[in-house]
Write a protein that binds this ligand. Structure first.
Ligand code: KG4
Ligand code: ZN
Length: 392
């Protein structure tokens, strides 16, 4: 069996400092030093504050990641680090640190695209409680990749993308937000409601107590014939509604809950709407958008079979249970219609949804297998890196 390396991974792309030790797809430690409390007062991420906090937190995070994985530098085979996309000053801290420790401990460097890592985060596996690590890594069934192509659905504070995973390392974005990301939309609406930052988790909690039907919010992009998404119109409409309710002194607790439910329904409804059409596309290779007429007249005989084998959910918003419930419901509907049962893979813990270094380590394992090491000692940050060119 080829060697399965042990990797030390680092992510400082945004507002969390994270370090992790992984081997293959197995996560041995995943330390996240959250800066949420620091940024709360600004209602968003403040780059210079993030940079300073990364500087302070990175060394102890790495030390703790090694400790929790019960390992040391001698056993580490390479260092993986996020090179982009992300906040330039924040990325910088992780890259400089990775360079330094790579030199100090004479390790190879692997640079990772943060979005690719979110896309692959559902592949990460926890360390088995019953099997010794070597036996777990040798278990082909556990370690095998799901059938490809897959569709990675990355929904975070910075990104909302449908990514066709043809092979690990070969991707095609088939739809993405044309303005705000879904998480950004949730956070901005949450800010208007004074929910603090980030608002996604609180909106999820409130939405459970809310009822649909009291307020009307727009569902964007239904008239478009692409798989793209848009959330800025929804944000504007929700903010206007909040201002109106506040002026009339009608924004009581129940109104906030109802609004949260409506906002979630609009955000997730749009994602589900587009995903359903991706799965029923008559020719996904051409990104052909199914027309209303085509969908209306589909019969058992003309029902298309999607090449997509499974859906991989990732990104901060992927932690949301209502989104997962709606995705499972969609896949059940799809199975009834087409006979194709697609599997939904979700990260095994919420820690893997938000920004974390374990997903960087898991992605780096595939780069290791492909021999994709950094050829330079000086890593240049790529704040606007796209997934299509994911071999930085
Ligand atoms: O992936 P992530 O940690 O950072 C980016 O790379 O963007 O995503 C953070 C986003 C925030 O917008 C946050 O509000 C959202 O994920 N989020 C959630 C939930 N937990 C985090 N949104 C909805 N429901 C949640 N439970
Ligand atoms: Zn992220």
């Amino acid at each position: 069996m080829p060697k399965i390396p042990k990797l030390l991974a680092i992510d400082t792309s945004c507002d969390d400092t994270s370090a992790s030790v992984t081997t293959g797809r197995v996560v041995l430690s995943n330390v996240i030093a959250s800066q949420t409390q620091l940024h709360k007062q600004y209602g968003g991420v403040f780059p210079t504050v993030a940079k300073e906090a990364h500087r302070v937190n990175i060394e102890p995070s790495v030390r703790m990641a090694l400790q929790r994985a019960q390992t040391n530098w001698d056993e580490i085979d390479a260092i993986a680090v996020t090179i982009g996309p992300g906040l330039a000053p924040a990325l910088e801290v992780g890259l400089r640190y990775a360079e330094t420790i790579a030199k100090q401990h004479q390790k190879k460097l692997i640079t990772i695209n943060h979005i690719e890592a979110h896309a692959l985060s559902a592949l990460a596996q926890p360390k088995s409680r019953s099997l010794p690590l070597a036996a777990q890594l040798a278990d082909i069934e556990q370690m095998q990749l799901p059938a490809l192509p897959a569709l990675a659905v990355v929904i975070s504070g910075g990104h909302s993308e449908f990514i066709l995973v043809k092979q690990i390392g070969t991707y095609e974005i088939i739809g993405q937000t044309i303005d705000d990301a879904a998480g950004e939309c949730l956070d901005k609406i949450g800010r208007a409601l004074n929910l603090g930052y980030p608002a996604g988790p609180l909106l999820e909690k409130f939405a459970k107590k809310g009822h649909l039907g009291r307020f009307e919010l727009p569902m964007a992009m239904q008239g478009q014939t692409t798989f793209d998404l848009s959330f800025s119109g929804l944000k504007t409409a929700a903010r206007a509604l909040i201002t109106k309710l506040e002026a009339a002194q009608h924004l009581d607790a129940q109104a906030t809950y109802d609004l949260a439910a409506e906002v979630q329904a609009a955000v997730f409804g749009q994602i589900i709407y587009k995903l359903e059409r991706i799965l029923l596309s008559p020719d996904l290779a051409q990104k052909t958008y199914p027309s209303r007429h085509y969908l209306k007249h589909l019969t058992a005989d003309t029902m298309p079979q999607t090449p997509i084998r499974s859906i991989w959910l990732g990104g901060g918003v992927a932690a949301n249970r209502e989104l997962r419930r709606q995705l499972r419901a969609l896949l059940n509907r799809h199975a009834k219609k087409t006979g194709q049962q697609l599997k939904l893979l979700v990260p095994y813990t919420n820690k893997l949804c938000a920004d974390n270094a374990a997903m960087i380590g898991v992605t780096a394992f595939y780069k290791w297998q492909q021999g994709l090491f950094s050829t330079t000692d000086i890593l240049e940050r790529q704040p606007n890196l796209k997934i299509a060119n994911s071999h930085p």
